[in-house]
Design a protein around this ligand. Structure first.
Ligand code: CA2
Length: 143
């Protein structure tokens, strides 16, 4: 089983600023958590991060026929990108949306998710642990 984890703009800056919202863990900590989860479940987990909407769309298209599940945190593009929604719909790969912060408790514009419309589950406000929960969820439904 192969799971692709996609992270959108600025998530590579984790731990550098706004620890009150996103926690103190760094992006390297997230990569370690993904590796540990892959090892624990005996599956392959690939991570991709980009600050560019088109690159995120390209990676979702690339995943067609190559991965069994997608975990996606589109970051700010969550709230704006119909292109990412359409790409997720086009490949029709089971996808879980993750948000580190509790977007429902923040500004009203963060309560709109286009990508979430193509996802079978959304995990928000669980910090980096949310990525682990998303991978375990996909692992269970894909078995
Ligand atoms: O809570 C999340 O995971 C978000 O997807 C994070 C996005 C935000 O635009 C979404 O509304 C919710 C922002 C990611 C930016 O991450 C930063 C990391 C360090 C310093 C500043 C921002």
């Amino acid at each position: 089983m192969k799971i692709l984890v996609i992270n959108g703009p600025n998530l590579n800056m984790l731990g550098i600023r706004e620890p009150g919202i996103y926690g103190k863990s760094s992006f390297a900590d997230l990569l370690n958590l993904l590796e540990a989860t892959a090892r624990e479940l005996g599956i392959e987990v690939e991570q991709y991060q980009s600050n560019h909407e088109g690159d995120l769309v390209d990676k979702i298209q690339w995943a067609y026929g190559k991965v069994d599940g997608i975990v996606i945190n589109p970051a700010a593009y969550t709230h704006t990108s119909v292109a990412i929604l359409d790409a997720l719909k086009a490949v029709s790969i089971p996808a879980v949306e993750v948000h580190i912060s509790d977007v429902d408790a923040r500004e009203s514009f963060r309560q709109i998710s286009y990508a979430g419309l193509a996802c079978c589950k959304t995990i928000k406000g669980h910090g980096l642990e949310g990525y682990r929960e998303a991978i375990v969820y996909l692992f269970q439904i894909l078995q």
